[in-house]
Design a protein around this ligand. Structure first.
Ligand code: FES
Length: 583
């Protein structure tokens, strides 16, 4: 087996007759590993986000066992380690608040332990970007293995996409079209298996983008969680990690500007979650790739919707898998990709795709006959969002993409919950619902509140969509004409904080503009009278988060984590050179 120039990273821990070498080997032997098991072998860390409070990742112990088999078969030693995990459904107030914390946990574990490569096991929404951010910063060879989409739920004979249908059924209950008894039957049926949400929500989008970035094996993203082929892919990832360890191929060599272009193009081609925008911006920031919101707009202008999957289409990710999976999508949009980009296989995108074909054109289209034309994502700017905002046009109502209407402003989520169903609320179908204090600092954590509920009195009139504007995010499974990620957020003094009830808001998704029809001088007057009433969290992680989180247009990472590592004293070379010399 070959080793990288300079030898294996783990040799710095285990080689030599120094006291540190003794201590490290002794620690391994105390765990039951003989010297034969680890000396001179690539050590592959299995970064496992398994947790009993993260239902989507509950099958990861079995996946880790399969990774372990692959590592051993390829001549390495697998060592599994835990980090914090982020469960979208149970974790409060929002997993996004803790994405950066998990990224720090992943980064520091990878850097601090004797790993020559790592396999990142992520699934539920934020676990994948957190692992990618951490691995990008640690820059030790890494490969991602996602958990795969869960089996589809079936309710009253209809196949469900969990989140997408939940919103519809919830509106049906509120409008009096569905009984609470049926709603409870739905609750029992909604999650029939382990795995992440089965439509193209945030988890499936991120799994797809990992393939687009070149950070996982081709064809792995869409394999269903409960399909035996996912275990086979896990074995292959383990084996490939050994190859990465010996070749020394690092995330920073894969996560290039071209790789991000490819990932964004795929996100647009599958009609993916807007949450991925924030995550890609954050990952790019970790490797020093100058990615901006405008690049999303540029690529949106040329990338059509190629996959008929919910929430933008009709099918679930399982059908995408059976129609050829993400390689077939990449093959279909190959003219829009940088096919020379290097991937975790050690080969280029083009080399990875020779035999990929879409077997079902009703699921994966050809480039000359897409399901929707380009511009499925609008990047908006204007006096209401000088730093930018986004609108998933492909999931919005076409008649609302150009709209002007009076604002109905909610100060925060509590205010919204108290008033949105008030029969006396002055709101019509033409109103623009505005929510503030829902951004990175204001939430805090930029919760998924961007799909503001439509007041019941309008639902009963048959209104199914309205223009909504906020500094929040939106679930990847949600839909509607929801302007999201308004930046700077209201809690940071952005113009959203200055809007008043009745101000006319003008949205033009085609022109990429979002404005409030108030003069600059009036806005300045309002700004000088503005008092920021936001309470600062008194202590702990949340206080640090609020002090250091960047705005949505910069990926909501911490200001002190952006960029390549500037601290060579934290690298093992420096630590061991100094330490070994002193003993
Ligand atoms: Fe975990 Fe959707 S709730 S992936």
């Amino acid at each position: 087996m070959s080793t990288p120039a300079g030898g294996l990273r783990s040799a710095k821990w285990f080689a030599g007759q120094s006291v540190p070498g003794f201590v490290h080997r002794s620690a391994m032997r105390a765990s039951g590993f003989s010297r034969m098991a680890f000396e001179g072998k690539p050590i592959v860390g299995i970064c496992n986000s398994w947790s009993e409070v993260v239902n989507c990742n509950m099958h990861f112990r079995g996946l880790a066992d399969a990774v372990r088999r692959g590592v051993l078969a390829a001549g390495g030693l697998p060592l599994e380690f835990p980090t914090i995990s982020l469960g979208e459904q149970l974790m409060k107030p929002t997993t996004m608040l803790f994405r950066n914390l998990m990224a720090m946990d992943v980064e520091e574990c990878i850097r601090a332990y004797p790993f020559d490569a790592v396999v990142l096991l992520g699934g539920c929404d934020k676990t994948v970007p957190a692992q990618l951010m951490g691995a990008a910063s640690a820059d030790v060879p890494a490969i991602v293995l996602t958990g795969g989409p869960a089996a589809p739920a079936v309710f009253d004979g209809k196949q469900l996409g969990v989140g997408t249908d939940l919103w519809e059924y919830t509106d049906a209950v509120r409008a009096g079209r569905m009984s609470m008894a049926d709603y409870e039957r739905l609750e029992a049926a909604a999650g029939p298996s382990r795995g992440h949400c089965p439509e193209m929500g945030t988890a499936s989008t991120m799994a797809t983008l990992v393939e687009g970035l070149g950070m996982t094996l081709p064809g792995s993203a869409a394999v269903p969680a409960m399909d035996s082929r996912r275990l086979q892919v896990a074995e292959e990832c383990g084996a490939r990690a050994v190859g990465l360890a010996t070749e020394g191929l690092r995330p920073s060599q894969i996560l290039t500007a071209e790789a991000f272009d490819n990932a964004i193009t795929l996100m647009l081609a599958v009609g993916g979650s807007t949450n991925a925008i924030v995550h890609l911006l954050a990952i790019a920031g970790r490797v020093g790739v100058p990615l901006s919101l405008d690049r999303f707009g540029e690529l949106s202008a040329r990338t059509p919707l190629m996959v008929n999957v919910r929430p933008a289409g009709a099918h679930l990710v399982e059908q995408v898998f059976h129609a050829g999976g993400i390689p077939a999508v990449m093959k279909a949009v190959a003219p829009l990709l940088h096919t020379g980009a290097i991937t975790v296989t050690g080969k280029s995108v083009a080399d990875n795709l020779p035999s990929a074909t879409a077997t079902e054109t009703s699921v994966i289209a050809a480039l000359d006959s897409p399901f929707q034309p380009p511009n499925g994502l609008a990047v908006l700017r204007g006096n209401l969002a000088p730093g930018g905002a986004v609108l998933k046009s492909s999931a919005a109502s076409p008649h609302l993409l150009v709209h002007r209407g009076p604002a109905v402003v909610f100060e925060n989520m509590r205010d919204l919950l108290e008033r949105f169903d008030d029969p006396d609320l002055d709101v019509t179908a033409d109103s623009v619902l505005v929510l503030r204090s829902a951004g990175p600092r204001g939430g805090p954590g930029m919760p998924e509140w961007g799909q503001l509920p439509i007041p019941s009195k309008l639902l009963r009139q048959g209104v199914t969509d309205m223009v909504r504007v906020s500094d929040a995010r939106m679930s990847g499974t949600a839909y509607g004409t929801c302007v999201l990620h308004v930046s700077p957020e209201s809690a940071a003094g952005g113009p959203l904080a200055l809007v008043r009830d009745g101000d006319v808001i003008v949205l033009d998704a085609h022109a990429g503009t979002l404005d409030v029809e108030v003069t600059d001088s009036e806005l300045e007057q309002r700004r000088s009278a503005l008092t920021v009433s936001q309470e600062h969290p008194p202590r702990g992680y949340t206080a640090m988060y609020v002090d250091h989180v960047l705005q949505a247009d910069r990926g909501c990472d911490f200001d002190f984590l952006v960029g390549r590592s500037q601290h060579p004293e934290q690298e093992p070379d420096a630590i061991f050179d100094g330490w070994v010399g002193g003993w």
